[in-house]
Design a protein around this ligand. Structure first.
Ligand code: CAA
Length: 381
């Protein structure tokens, strides 16, 4: 980063960078190729405070703020996006329960998410027919005495088969978006079944599963926030989540630049290193410029959230721009590597596969444009 970081921010960045270099990066290829969900890595991240960077220390978090969180996600993503996506979702769940949970929920669930004891958190919002439009979700929660009974199917649930704590959205009335409520479900609750992991293009070490709820009962005290407030809780969590994905995209783009610079200095053609040629230099110049711009947008959104200012538009702008940059930059990295970019001897093909979902999850680029345009029109109206 080119501007001054506080001591805490630098400490978190250094911690994440060292851990990424020494632990995450050496495992990254196998995490991807062998589809190895990084359980041990998450336990270690819990010990380092990386699963609750913006969670207060009284619940086990690092209490280091949103900018620190963005910096940490970028560092882990530079090494392995399969690992960082689970980190992002766990931080997002921990923050959501911290913000809207009762004291008992915070003590029970936030502490276990942040310490790594729960391995990961899962954010069960999307359904097979309701991704961009979560208000169309059909999973139901029906009150039975002092318990809620959940029925339905969620899809694309990151870490779903491993997560010890799952935040689930379910319909408690037929009142559209206002009919959604939010519940905390623990792994192992009878009636909760994780399906077959998706065979994905990228993020192959991350676990993405459907979750089925068949008469899955949770006590009344597992309602998160107020009845009918589920849609708003989802939107608030996703605003913050988008800062995480923007930072993940920044880390991916940085990794692609690192690999391209190494290759451009090493690879000889026509009697010189290819980095001597203008065609490659211009690509590197554009990659660096776009990535720095993406990083600044992500950190601006993070510092606005940290300052308690409205940041929906900034988070969407950062996520939209950074995810499109990571795709362009990873694509150029493959181009610079030529044939070697297309095989798994070099990591850039993984960066390109991993970048692809960044324009899709936590709101597609088209959804980000809806959010941004609404805010722009509101400001002018
Ligand atoms: N913060 C707080 N409240 C918000 C809000 C926000 N950012 N955005 C909307 N709301 C409130 C509105 O004020 C409104 O409240 P009232 O009912 O009191 O008026 C209510 O929520 C409904 O808002 P909208 O009318 O704007 O809702 P909409 O149906 O038009 O949808 C949308 C808006 C932005 C398109 C939204 O549906 C959306 O973000 N869709 C994308 C969903 C998404 O990102 N899914 C990702 C899945 S999770 C994932 O990928 C995680 C993973 O595992 C990696």
């Amino acid at each position: 980063m080119d501007f001054e970081l506080s001591e805490t921010q630098r400490l978190i960045q250094d911690t994440a960078r060292t851990f990424a270099r020494d632990v995450v990066a050496p495992r990254a290829r196998d995490t991807d190729r062998l589809e190895r969900f990084p359980v041990e890595t998450y336990r270690q991240m819990g010990e380092l405070g990386l699963l609750g960077v913006n969670v207060p220390p009284e619940y086990g978090g690092a209490g280091a703020g949103v900018v620190s969180y963005a910096l940490a996600v970028a560092e882990i993503s530079r090494a392995c996006c399969s690992t960082s996506v689970g980190m992002c979702v766990t931080n997002m769940c921990a923050e959501l329960i911290t913000q809207f949970g009762t004291e008992a929920q915070r003590k029970r669930y936030v502490t276990s998410l942040v310490s790594g004891e729960a391995i990961a958190g899962a954010f069960a919002l999307s359904e097979p027919h309701a991704g961009s439009d979560p208000g169309a979700g059909r999973t139901t929660a029906v009150k039975k005495g002092d318990r809620w009974v959940l029925n339905g199917t969620k899809q694309w649930i990151t870490s779903g088969a491993y997560a010890g704590v799952i935040v689930v959205w379910a319909r408690t009335s037929n009142d559209g978006n206002r009919g959604l409520s939010c519940f905390i479900v623990e792994k192992g609750t009878p009636g909760l079944v994780a399906g077959k992991p998706e065979d994905k293009m990228g993020l192959r070490g991350s676990n993405t599963v459907p979750l089925t709820f068949e008469g899955c009962e949770v006590p009344d005290e597992n309602l998160l926030g107020k009845l009918g407030d589920g849609f708003k809780l989802a939107m608030i969590a996703l605003d913050g989540g988008r800062i995480g994905i923007a930072s993940q995209a920044v880390g991916t783009a940085r990794a692609a630049i690192d690999a391209s610079v190494r290759y451009a200095k090493d690879r000889q053609a026509f009697g010189a290193a290819i980095g001597e040629f203008q065609a490659v230099r211009w690509m590197l110049a554009d990659m660096q410029t776009q990535t720095s711009a993406a990083e600044l947008l992500a950190l601006r959104a993070a510092s606005m959230k940290e300052a308690g200012r409205p940041f929906s538009r900034e988070a969407s702008m950062a996520k939209l721009f950074a995810s499109e940059v990571s795709n362009r930059v990873a694509d150029k990295a493959v181009q610079i590597h030529g044939g070697y970019g297309y095989i798994d001897e070099f990591p850039v093909e993984r960066y390109l596969r991993d970048a692809r979902v960044q324009t899709i999850y936590e709101g597609t680029s088209e959804i980000q444009r809806i959010v941004i345009a609404r805010e722009v029109l509101k400001a002018l109206g």
